[in-house]
Design a protein. Sequence first.
Length: 262
Amino acid sequence: MSGQGISFDDGEAYERFMGRWSRLAGEVFLDWLAPAPGLRWVDIGCGNGAFTELLFERAGAAHVDGVDPSAGQLAFASERLQGRPVTLQRGSATALPFADATFDAAAMALVIFFVPTPEDGVAEMVRVTRPGGIVAAYAWDMPGGGFPLEPARDALRQAGIEPLAPPRADVAAMPALRGLWTEAGLEAVTTRTIEVEREFADFAEWWSSCRGAASLAAALDQLPPAEAARLQDGLRERLRPDADGRIRYPARANAIAGVRPR
């Protein structure tokens, strides 16, 4: 996945800063969808396979086709998913390499705001899903401040630096998602707010997670050392570790699902 200067090519680095968050949100997402087992899924923007793995563990998928533009991410996913009935290939969300009505279900996990023309991405999801099949997605609520690394992003803004954002962060808002699904002609459209929380052993682990995000690291590196230290001190105070030094921090995503008309 990539967009507006943001690219994810290192599957291991992505796992440290976002893969665990993805799994937490993905578990809630799949429990909400409650799909029948034995479906054939397409995971669009599958990245390092964090959500793909959940499709087997949580949804009982019979087979998953994963598509992503990053060879590095796909290599990590291939190792992660060894022994699973999965096919991984490079491809674009707006030009999926599949015939019409190939899948029982199509999903985008934390991807739709990276698609420059999200309406085309949704149209492709609909095209490759069979009539009566599921078309679903979830995305961090960036317009509403729900992104997991929002404290660091906010601190950078206060320091006069605007961190990189997905090219279409606006579509992560619930009304925008509903508009995309409705305009694509999907039926039985439903939505869900996903709230999750992750625990970090200490501030150092949380900070390392932030530094693992290429978009944030590039912005942080613009700061002089003294200003960077002040920014860290401010974040440490804002996040308020507990008596054992641990940090618990929430994030919020918006989810949507619909059915392709028969």
